[in-house]
Ligand binder design. Structure first.
Ligand SMILES: *Cc1c(COP(=O)(O)O)cnc(C)c1O
Length: 682
């Protein structure tokens, strides 16, 4: 027997209802809250105390004449992320009695804005939190900004200029570890080190068997673009030993990809990476650091699950699993526990940035500005559609929908042939919408809803016109379907009575958001409040990672050089080049994100001067270093010269001269005079 429910008066909508509806607790990590006015707040301390009302900020912004959309960066949340990561590692190593320390680095590609990097540097100073660079432009920025106590890690493809720049950094007293990602880079590195007269700090990136998960899966595993295979690692070891540089191998690095959603991937990767470390130690190399790369996730949909837009672990669990796993492997292998490094980017910067967008209109389905009342002389097809609408009941939903569709198609055919007037056509369109709207109301009561009815339901929803460009501001949403939490920033004490998809202001038909992180079940719509003529603001959250600069200067690679090639059979090679366009210099792209070349050079000059004072550099050498730093600023951003095996340069000596390669003099790199040497790890 079906139970008869008392129909109590509906409970009034509360702030808690909004909190739950938008799953704020799920994805917000308590950095966001809702205050008594029904406004979203920013909570740097992860509690209501000291919270900032986002609507106050918006009011201020508007009063200053700053136009929407506006990206709000909350530097305190940024600082907090940095200290949480460092403190959690400190706590975990202490509790496990772990021998090594944590020396994290922030990969600036994730958000290169100077203010962001500066803030991270500042918040990380007590922990010697360092920076990671993946390109020439990034390295220029990082060498100037990073402190000498923290690590500077260099990843990515490196050409000669980048290697020289890294050596320049060593001479400036920065702890620059160059991670060899391709075997051919080792040669370039050793040449640059010899030229500079320094002993390099070398890292090796190992290609793990462990596959990452999520969208970035392909950046790991055996077919990864970066990393050395086991034979290549052994080759590198032979080279280093042959040249008396075994003590220069300081770091073992791996990276399983970004946004790792399953903790098992992390554990597997760390165990595998730790074995490489241990085995290399046992081969007599002086490895001191194990660098576990990036990958620490962000729970964009707040479900705490192992799906692409989420993660099934916490930061605390991540840290503890790393410490514990490395300790276990070291215990088994009886080697000292290494210092731990991670390169967390996304998890550091995602939360601090909030994009505020104003809704300036809506497109609503099924409204009519003219009177379309029934008239005796209307066309047969109109009358049939009216009947379909009248006889609609919960028992004939699908049948009515299909009848309606058929009448609509008939009407279109009749109109095309000239048998249907404009007014009757208007009635058909309107009645069809009415039918759909009524159907939409009955659907929740239906036992079974077919796919085409669900599609129809999506079309019924409002579209809210939002003042932003999806491509410009949310490239990941546009390009790879990344989900971001989106919710109204105010009116949260009111029940959101409408459901809408969001469309942007570009004429791009892709400029539409129909999947929402925290509203999975809402059928491609966001619960929103009815527009009432006053400004209505939506917040796009967790926007700090990979969004701001990705559009055109990912990794500080600016606009590329262009050549316009035209087919021309009269030309000897079948084409001619009509035009070439210069790409951007490193200085240009840096200026674009607020780094003045003047300031950067000044900082490097100061670093050089202090080295002169300390007696580590001669004044002439210091001047040369600064000159060289300046000259790279004028270079093209992209890699000038990729090392290739077939080039006319000394090759890495093969193990025992086998492989048919001619062994190269082991003394390629003379031991530097002690006064000039930069001791590894110093
Ligand atoms: C991109 C990248 C990172 C940052 O990864 P997150 O997932 O954002 O933490 C770290 N290390 C390397 C080598 C990278 O390429």
């Amino acid at each position: 027997m079906p139970t008869v429910r008392q129909t109590a008066a509906p409970k009034p909508w509360t702030l808690e209802d909004s909190d739950k509806l938008y799953n704020l607790q799920g994805w917000g990590l308590n950095y966001f809250g809702i205050n008594a006015s029904g406004h979203v707040t920013l909570q740097p301390k992860r509690e209501p105390e000291g919270a900032v009302d986002v609507m106050d900020v918006i009011e201020d912004v508007v009063a200053r004449g700053i136009k929407m959309p506006v990206l709000i960066r909350f530097q305190d949340i940024l600082r907090r992320r940095v200290s949480v990561l460092n403190e959690t590692f400190a706590e975990a190593t202490r509790e496990h009695g772990y021998q090594g320390r944590y020396f994290g680095v922030y990969p600036i590609k994730v958000n290169q804005l100077r203010e962001v990097v500066e803030e991270i540097g500042d918040a990380g100073r007590p922990f010697q939190f360092g920076l990671e660079a993946g390109s020439k432009g990034e390295l220029l920025a990082v060498l100037a900004m990073n402190s000498s106590e923290a690590l500077t890690i260099v990843n990515g493809y490196k050409d000669e200029a980048m290697m020289r720049l890294a050596m320049l950094g060593l001479k400036l007293g920065r702890k620059v570890v160059v991670v060899v990602e391709k075997l051919s880079e080792l040669e370039l590195l050793l040449l640059a080190a010899r030229e500079a007269g320094v002993r390099p700090l070398i890292g090796l990136r190992v290609k793990l068997q462990t596959q990452g998960s999520g969208k970035w899966r392909s950046s790991s595993g055996h077919f990864a673009k970066f990393g050395l295979t086991t034979p290549e690692i052994l080759g590198a070891v032979e080279t280093l030993k042959a040249r008396g540089l075994s003590d220069c191998l300081k770091l073992v690095h791996f990276h399983v990809g970004s946004q790792v959603c399953d903790i098992r991937t992390i554990k597997d990767a760390v165990k595998e990476g730790a074995r490489y470390y241990a085995k290399l130690r046992k081969l007599g190399l002086g490895v001191e650091y194990l660098d576990c790369g990036g990958g620490l996730g962000v729970d964009y949909d707040g479900t705490h699950t192992a799906v692409e837009s989420s993660m099934n672990y916490s930061l605390r669990e991540y840290v503890r699993d790393i410490v514990y796993s490395v300790q276990e492997v070291c215990r088994q292998e009886q080697v000292p526990e290494p210092h731990l490094v991670t390169e967390s980017g996304r998890s550091m910067v995602a939360h601090h940035a909030l994009l505020v967008v104003n809704v300036f209109g809506s497109i609503e389905a099924g409204t009519t500005p003219v009177n379309l009342a029934e008239r005796p002389d209307e066309h047969q097809v109109v009358r049939e559609l009216r009947d379909t609408l009248k006889s609609l009941s919960p028992r004939n939903l699908a049948e009515s929908f299909h009848d309606g569709q058929q009448h609509l198609e008939e009407a279109f055919a009749l109109f095309k042939l000239g048998y249907l007037g404009l007014e009757d056509k208007a009635k058909v369109e309107h009645l069809y919408w009415r039918l759909c709207l009524e159907l939409g109301k009955l659907l929740p009561k239906a036992k079974f809803v077919s796919e085409d009815l669900l599609e129809m339901q999506k079309a019924l929803n409002d579209q809210y016109l939002c003042n932003f460009s999806l491509f410009q501001s949310l490239p990941d949403s546009w390009a790879i379907g990344q989900l971001f939490p989106i919710m109204p920033l105010h009116r949260l004490g009111e029940e959101p009575s409408r459901r809408a998809s969001l469309v942007d202001i570009t004429c791009d038909s892709d400029g539409k958001i129909t999947s929402f992180a925290c509203q999975r079940k809402a059928g491609g719509t966001l619960p929103v409040h009815a527009l009432d003529g006053r400004p209505y603001y939506l917040g796009f959250f967790l926007m700090g990672a990979y969004q701001a600069t990705m559009g055109d200067i990912h990794n500080l690679f600016g606009r590329v050089n262009e050549v316009h090639v035209f087919k021309d059979d009269d030309e000897p090679k079948g084409y001619y080049i009509e035009e070439t366009i210069q790409g951007q210099t490193v200085r240009d792209v840096l200026a674009g994100i607020q780094y003045s070349d003047y300031e950067l050079v000044k900082m490097v000059k100061e670093a050089a001067e202090s080295r002169v004072k300390a007696g580590a550099l001669k004044p002439r050498e210091a001047a040369e270093l600064v000159d060289r730093y300046e000259s790279v600023l004028a270079e093209y951003t992209y890699v000038d010269h990729l090392p290739a095996a077939d080039e006319n340069r000394p090759s890495i000596p093969a193990a025992n001269g086998s492989n048919g390669a001619k062994p190269v003099e082991p003394a390629l790199l003379p031991a530097p005079k002690s006064s000039e040497s930069v001791a590894p790890g110093s």
